[in-house]
Design a protein around this ligand. Structure first.
Ligand code: AMP
Length: 282
């Protein structure tokens, strides 16, 4: 397995693969790999000749008071895991290799970014779209795999790729969870023992909301109020960032539930901001 830090070296290498007619799978990550990331890697591995995994804590997708400086890392562990799961190449650039001091070009998909994480993290998706576009240009992947845990990110990237005619197939991977239902996240490392013990309530609340909607609740406001009350009683140590019902593809708020709806939440639990979601068919 090769390890690259220089974007131009990476691009040369990947272009030579494409010129040989090889397909390339890409799994972008911020590192500190867990089984969720590894499932994405396995999925990509199965559908391409060459597999590139990126480890890059992208500074432009973090707001000023977020956890950029504390984001967990384990470079050697990540390389060993990626290698064991069949990666051909790791790309782990330094921030200044990705962004020139006078970097001035941004990719945005504003209409899908006004709700959920876009509302509470104003620069986040601009940073994500820009870095993913750069990775697509560097790696020239035929397929790229992203997790449904970041559902809004996946919807935005699908729209970006369609609108800009980027020749890559975007694949969404279901959320990988702990046995007790907590979605795997690098940020789970921030949780204390008691926060970790309480955290599965995030998923349980979403499941109860799904049941309520399947039983006939059609009022979007009442549905989100129900979940707010659930968390107030089952997760009193958490602070709600958002609880929203949106359309799955265009991420617009749903007031009356008439078609499949995405219920998405972000909860601050101690130092961690945890997100989760559920697609509810009606
Ligand atoms: P991150 O390192 O958090 O930026 O995540 C890199 C990729 O892994 C993104 O596409 C995430 O959606 C995906 N991912 C992270 N956690 C999970 C999970 N528990 N299940 C599925 N995909 C995940």
């Amino acid at each position: 397995m090769k390890i690259f830090t220089d974007p131009i070296e990476l691009q040369k290498h990947c272009l030579s693969w494409r010129n040989q007619g090889l397909t390339i799978g890409l799994v972008p990550t911020m590192g500190f790999l867990h089984d969720g990331h590894l499932s994405l890697i396995d999925m990509a591995r199965a559908s391409c000749d060459k597999l590139v995994v990126t480890l890059f804590v992208n500074p432009t997708q973090f707001g000023e008071n977020e956890d950029l400086g504390n984001y967990p890392s384990d470079f050697d562990g990540d390389c060993a895991k990626a290698k064991a799961h069949g990666a051909d190449l790791i790309f782990a650039p330094a921030p200044d290799a990705m962004y020139a001091p006078d970097h001035a070009t941004w990719v945005t998909v504003p209409s899908l970014g006004t709700h959920l994480c876009g509302a509470s993290r104003p620069v986040h998706f601009r940073g994500v779209c820009t870095v993913v576009t750069k990775l697509f240009q560097l790696v020239q992947p035929t397929t790229a795999v992203f997790g449904q845990k970041d559902w809004q990110q996946l919807a935005i990237l699908r729209r970006m790729v369609r609108d800009l005619n980027i020749p890559v197939e975007i694949i969404g991977h279901p959320i990988v969870r702990e046995a007790d239902g907590l979605a795997l996240s690098s940020r789970n490392a921030y949780l204390t023992e008691s926060e970790r013990a309480a955290a599965p309530a995030i998923r349980q609340g979403l499941l109860r909301l799904a049941e309520k909607i399947r039983e006939g609740e059609r009022d979007g406001h009442k549905a989100t109020e129900f979940l707010t009350n659930e968390y107030a009683s089952t997760l009193p140590m958490g602070t709600v960032d958002y609880i929203e019902l949106v359309t799955p593809d265009s991420i617009e708020p749903v007031t009356t539930i008439t078609s499949p709806v995405l219920a998405a939440v972000a909860i601050h639990l101690g130092k961690a901001r945890l997100i989760d979601n559920i697609l509810i068919e009606v």
